[in-house]
Design a protein around this ligand. Structure first.
Ligand code: GDP
Ligand code: IMO
Ligand code: MG
Length: 450
């Protein structure tokens, strides 16, 4: 049955497993869909892997053998030798974190990682951004905080758009850098103190910040490049590029559950603006979907299970934030949301992740519509107040008992697990390309590989 769905999807799954393409990997929920695993797997078919939005709010996990890597800034392609990894201009860049990740790789035997290219256009996160993130999130007082990762993401993007207080990586190699830091530190000290809710805010010291960031700039200089030019040339010359989305499409600043979103375009629409590569070069979009739903931080979540089911999913799926270790909110799969985000991101096929986590649940539910003010709809609301009112309409499917973590072929899955995948494919209207039954590379079912 699943095979039938696959061939009836709106794009042929013509690209065979080992065929190469320029692809983008987009999370279709609220982040943490296991994009890191999929990017790592697909890296084998690419020359270049690109992060193009977000920053160290991301936490992408890649498991290679008995080693687990948690990457916040470096693309998940870093674990594949010979692949060039690019941090493109749309990223907000924490240099300390990037250096930590490079050092961590070196400690674990991936020395002298010289295949990294860092855009001189990335906006740099400074200590004032962390202070502002804390103060601003605490000040969101209409009943619910955004619950940011406190990594300075929103304030840095705000300064990027505001222009007056922004520093890009390329600015750190110019003679005016010290002066800029002094000027901005002074202004930020005043602004943060005026925010009032910053607790024990110690004024920032421009001299110390300048010295610290000068050292970062020196350390990172070998990697700095004009990545827009590099990626355009690569695309034009037929290099195979994989774009690694961070967060998920429901956290997109324009099209997500605003204001409970991140500050970048985390749906498919952000790829070109963040990387500089026109959409015409991207011929394949893989949507990554957890077999259920999770969300970290505030905001409406219609299918949330704040009960024993949610706890059980959290326990089985180890659903704690990769970056902040916060317990993730857990619930049933919301197919209304996933259908919306897959259309928004131009998804060709989906990968259903963490299917094994659902093993042992007696029955499973998929949300197929919402009821809002007594009206049934399959349209995802544009306003957060309407999403708050949405009552999920569920379809119930029988679960399966067996441990599926050892399954490698679709036909070896229990019939109910196959039926669950099949129903997701039908409701979302897209073929399923992969199903994941564990964190390891080989715990993956390639659907075309029957
Ligand atoms: P990302 O931010 O989208 O890359 O996802 P995270 O790394 O934040 O969270 C996904 C978590 O699920 C990581 O701990 C992965 O190692 C783990 N994981 C990935 N695929 C599977 C799977 O199929 N089953 C299970 N049980 N865990 C998985
Ligand atoms: P990956 O790439 C899950 C959430 C935060 C908060 C909101 C805004 O690992 O999927 P921010 O710090 O970005 O201003 O926080 O977005 N958030 C994520 N949730 N996965 C992520 O990244 C996230 N990045 C940000 O929890 O609700
Ligand atoms: Mg994550």
């Amino acid at each position: 049955m699943l095979q039938a769905c696959i061939s009836s999807g709106n794009t042929q799954l013509a690209l065979a497993q080992n065929e190469y393409f320029n692809g983008r990997v987009i999370g279709l929920q609220w982040g943490d869909e296991a994009k890191g695993k999929i990017v790592d797997l697909l890296t084998l078919r690419h020359d270049i892997v690109v992060r193009y939005q977000g920053g160290a709010n991301a936490g992408h996990t890649v498991v290679v053998g008995d080693q687990t890597y948690k990457l916040s800034l470096l693309p998940s392609g870093v674990l594949t030798p010979g692949v060039t990894c690019v941090i493109a201009g749309g990223v907000v860049f924490n240099p300390a974190r990037a250096i930590e990740e490079l050092d961590e790789l070196a400690r674990r035997g991936i020395e002298d990682y010289d295949n990294l290219k860092l855009s001189d256009r990335v906006h740099v996160i400074f200590p004032w951004h962390f202070a502002e993130d804390r103060a601003m999130d605490a000040a969101t007082s209409d009943g619910e905080n955004i619950g940011t990762t406190q990594r300075g993401i929103g304030p840095c993007y705000r300064d990027k758009v505001g222009r007056s207080f922004a520093i890009r990586l390329g600015d750190m190699y110019r003679p005016t850098f010290r002066q800029r830091v002094e000027h901005i530190t002074e202004a930020k000290n005043r602004a943060i103190a005026a925010m009032g809710s910053s607790g024990e805010f110690q004024p920032l010291q421009a001299a110390a910040i300048y010295e610290q960031y000068r050292a970062y700039a020196e350390r990172l200089q070998p990697y700095v490049d004009d990545t827009t030019e590099y990626l355009l040339s690569a695309a034009e010359s037929g290099k195979r590029i994989l774009f690694e989305g961070a967060q998920g499409a429901l956290l997109d600043v324009d099209h997500g559950t605003y204001p409970f979103v991140t500050s970048s375009n985390s749906s498919g629409v952000g790829v070109s603006s963040g990387s500089g590569v026109p959409g015409k070069y991207i011929n394949r979009v893989i949507g990554v979907v957890k077999a259920y739903s999770t969300r970290v931080g505030g905001g409406p979540f219609p299918t949330e299970q704040d009960n024993e089911i949610g706890q059980r999913i959290r326990q089985q799926g180890n659903e704690y934030g990769t970056v902040t270790r916060r317990p993730r909110r857990c619930g049933w799969l919301d197919a209304v949301a996933v259908r919306y985000t897959s259309r928004l991101s131009g998804v060709d096929s989906i990968s259903v992740m963490l299917l094994d986590v659902l093993s042992g649940l007696g029955e499973l539910k998929i949300c197929t519509a919402y009821e809002i003010d007594g009206q049934r709809t399959t349209q995802f609301p544009s306003h957060v107040d309407d999403l708050r009112k949405a009552r999920p309409v569920y379809e119930t499917l029988p679960g399966w008992r067996d441990d599926i973590t050892g399954v490698r072929k679709l036909n070896d899955l229990p019939a109910n697990a196959r039926a669950y995948l099949d129903r997701i494919s039908q409701i979302v209207g897209l073929p399923i390309e992969m199903a994941s039954v564990g964190p390891a590379r080989d715990q993956t079912i390639h659907v075309s590989d029957v």
